[in-house]
Design a protein around this ligand. Structure first.
Ligand SMILES: C[S@@+](CC[C@H](N)C(=O)[O-])C[C@H]1O[C@@H](n2cnc3c(N)ncnc32)[C@H](O)[C@@H]1O
Length: 277
């Protein structure tokens, strides 16, 4: 069972399900198109909670619950953990018999690339993808593979809980962390450091002294950078739903990327203004 992260867990699921319903309403009028729902971090189907006595349905099951205006033509759930995969699969077999749902034990990165190939070979398919990792698991090259495709991508970006933790205040970032940042953002370390740090030089009695400073409002900057990166692959990126912990620190930015202008509008409507920056 996956852990319940707080009210924002519920809000995030409401956003994805609300968007999926609007998406299916539009797609039901495009009779030529087939719809694919792709969930790259599908979970076990249930989310446990300290506030709820009983586990609640996770996003995968809530998406499978949608029948009106129509269900998706194909569901593709990716889950790396064997136990979670089996749990989700057994729930689908018992409660969603007849739906064209596949549960695959794999790494999301490889399946994003497989999905891109599938969409390239099946031009009548449109995809809605939900990428919900805990950390910096999604490589930039997996996102790059989606360029030019008919896909709407909701992605949870670990701005505060991931990237910010690797950006050390003194810029003295260990090599494996620099590699991770490069892999995650698809930028060189020089570009990353230039974006997040500035140097100031002060004249002192004994000569110039240079100091490195991490930029202010760094987590917002990370969110802005990821939005900019997505805009190199997709035409439009939504506002972010910013998730904060109980001490008001930002943990994640949740955003949607698409090549469809109407989809952008729907996404921004679904991310309720109260959640925005
Ligand atoms: C945040 S939970 C998913 C919750 C689910 N999206 C929901 O809303 O109900 C993340 C899940 O991703 C799985 N996971 C972790 N790394 C993965 C990877 N590289 N590829 C696919 N699944 C992964 C974990 O086992 C975990 O079940």
């Amino acid at each position: 069972m996956n852990e319940f992260g707080g009210n924002w867990t519920e809000a995030k699921m409401e956003i994805v399900v609300g968007y999926a319903k609007a998406y299916l309403t539009i797609m039901s009028k495009q009779t030529w198109a087939k719809t694919l729902y792709f969930d790259g971090f599908a979970g076990s189907g249930l989310i446990g909670s300290s506030e709820h006595t009983e586990a609640i349905k996770g996003t995968a099951l809530r998406i499978l619950d949608i029948d009106q205006p129509k269900p998706f033509d194909i569901y593709y759930f990716v889950e790396k953990d064997e136990k979670n995969k089996l749990s989700l699969q057994s729930k689908i077999e018992s409660d969603y018999f007849g739906k064209n749902a596949h549960v695959i034990k794999a790494d999301c990165n490889s399946k994003l690339i497989d999905m891109a190939r599938y969409l390239n070979n099946n031009k009548n398919y449109r995809a809605l993808a939900f990428i919900d990792p805990y950390g910096m698991t999604v490589n930039w090259e997996s996102i790059e593979a989606l360029k030019g495709l008919g896909i709407d991508l909701w992605i949870l970006v670990p701005t505060g809980l991931g990237v910010n933790r690797l950006l050390k205040n003194d810029q003295n970032i260990p090599e494996p962390w620099l590699k991770k940042l490069e892999q995650f953002l698809g930028l060189s370390r020089e570009e990353i450091l230039k974006y997040f740090y500035s140097t100031t030089t002060i004249n002192t009695l004994f000569g110039d002294q240079t100091s490195v400073n991490k930029e202010k409002s760094i987590i917002q900057k990370i969110g802005n950078l990821y939005t900019q990166r997505l805009k190199t692959i997709f035409e439009f990126v939504s506002e972010s739903f910013v998730m904060r912990n109980s001490t008001n620190s930002i943990m994640y930015h949740f955003m949607m990327a698409t090549n469809n202008k109407n989809a952008l509008k729907i996404a921004n409507d679904v991310i309720k203004p109260k959640y925005r920056l």
